[in-house]
Design a protein around this ligand. Structure first.
Ligand code: ES4
Ligand code: ZN
Length: 322
């Protein structure tokens, strides 16, 4: 019997990246969408990526099956059931509105569908949840601004904004204005940085966008002064080990820099990113690094506790979890 999973928070999870092949085919059938794969096995065989972009191409293509509020609610429900089995007690969930509005799905359909399922998460699964709206960094700053304004009637559903998609060549500074508007609306701010992109993008996300957490952040290790700053300021890094291997940011799990990050005093958390595509949910990431990196129980407990320290929880709720 596998050990009972440690209670943990998941802070780096793209809801569209939880779309399992079986649900993709079921939704395709319901919505009359034709997928360019005959079977779930054939689709799974396409899950072999050479870099971030090769993954993103498939990730965006499969989203064609998500069309109605019910579709988004079903996607969330399937994730929550899996997350509960992996020890998740709190989840801060990313979504990519532009990937849906570009296909003609109204932003209200996306947000209200997701939020409806999340409203039941505490009672049905014992998981508290938040939504974080991400902007696609390979789209323009203007498109991000228009997306933010379209989301205004739904901002009470959202706890923060983030930045994701193709990193290299799309620095955080492109999104200065929309992150300022989000700050003015009282929203939390996070950004993917230092996944494929350079350490300077991490510094820019902190200085220009005012982010409170860095998603991935692996490449901070190339800048010792930045590592010192991140450690001193206790800036959380939401690391996704299986993702890093599948997208070839790291050669093998045994070479993952997570131990070096911990040794440098960084506030590291472990997360699943796009679990349907990368071979596992969050506790699968814990199990994989425990084995590949030979982490002891104390380190694993610290990583789980860090997830609550890094979460956007008020101090009372944080205290209850820790
Ligand atoms: C993503 Cl792994 C990763 N990196 C950047 N953007 C993303 N969107 C979904 N998964
Ligand atoms: Zn991500």
């Amino acid at each position: 019997m596998p050990a009972k999973p440690l209670p943990k928070a998941e802070l780096h999870l793209h809801i569209e990246g939880t779309l399992e092949p079986e649900l993709a085919f079921a939704l395709a059938e319901r919505n009359g969408v034709t997928l360019p794969y005959a079977t779930t096995e054939e689709l799974r065989r396409a899950y072999s990526f050479k870099d971030l972009q090769s993954f993103l191409d498939l990730y965006y293509a499969l989203m064609a099956v998500l069309r109605t509020e019910d579709d988004f609610a079903e996607l969330v429900d399937a994730y929550l059931a899996r997350a509960a089995a992996q020890g998740v007690r709190h989840a801060e969930i990313f979504f990519d509105p532009q990937a849906h509005t570009a296909r003609g799905v109204p932003i209200g359909t996306v947000i209200e569908g997701l939020a409806r399922a999340l409203d039941g998460s505490e009672t049905r699964y014992g998981i508290s949840t938040r939504l974080i709206m991400c902007f696609l960094r390979d789209e323009s700053g203007q498109s991000a601004l228009e997306t933010f304004e379209a989301a205004r009637p739904h901002l009470h559903r959202i706890c923060g904004v983030g930045l994701d998609s193709a990193e290299v060549g799309n620095p955080p500074s492109k999104f200065r204005e929309v992150f300022q508007r989000a700050a003015d609306a009282g929203l939390h701010r996070v950004a993917h940085a230092g996944e494929e992109g350079p350490a300077e993008y991490i510094t820019e996300a902190l200085d220009v966008l005012g982010v409170e957490r860095i998603d991935h952040g692996l490449r901070c290790l190339e800048d010792p002064a930045l590592v010192e700053r991140l450690a001193r300021d206790r800036v959380p890094l939401t690391v996704c080990p299986l993702s890093n291997v599948r997208l070839r940011c790291v050669d093998r799990l045994a070479d993952h820099p997570l131990p070096a990050m911990l040794a440098a005093g960084l506030l590291v958390t472990v997360n699943s990113d796009d679990p349907s595509y990368f071979g596992g949910y969050v506790d699968d990431n814990f199990t994989a690094i425990r084995e590949a990196l030979r982490l002891d129980d104390e380190t694993l407990r610290m990583l789980a506790a860090n997830s609550f320290r890094a979460a956007f929880l008020d101090d009372r709720a944080r205290h209850d979890y820790l």
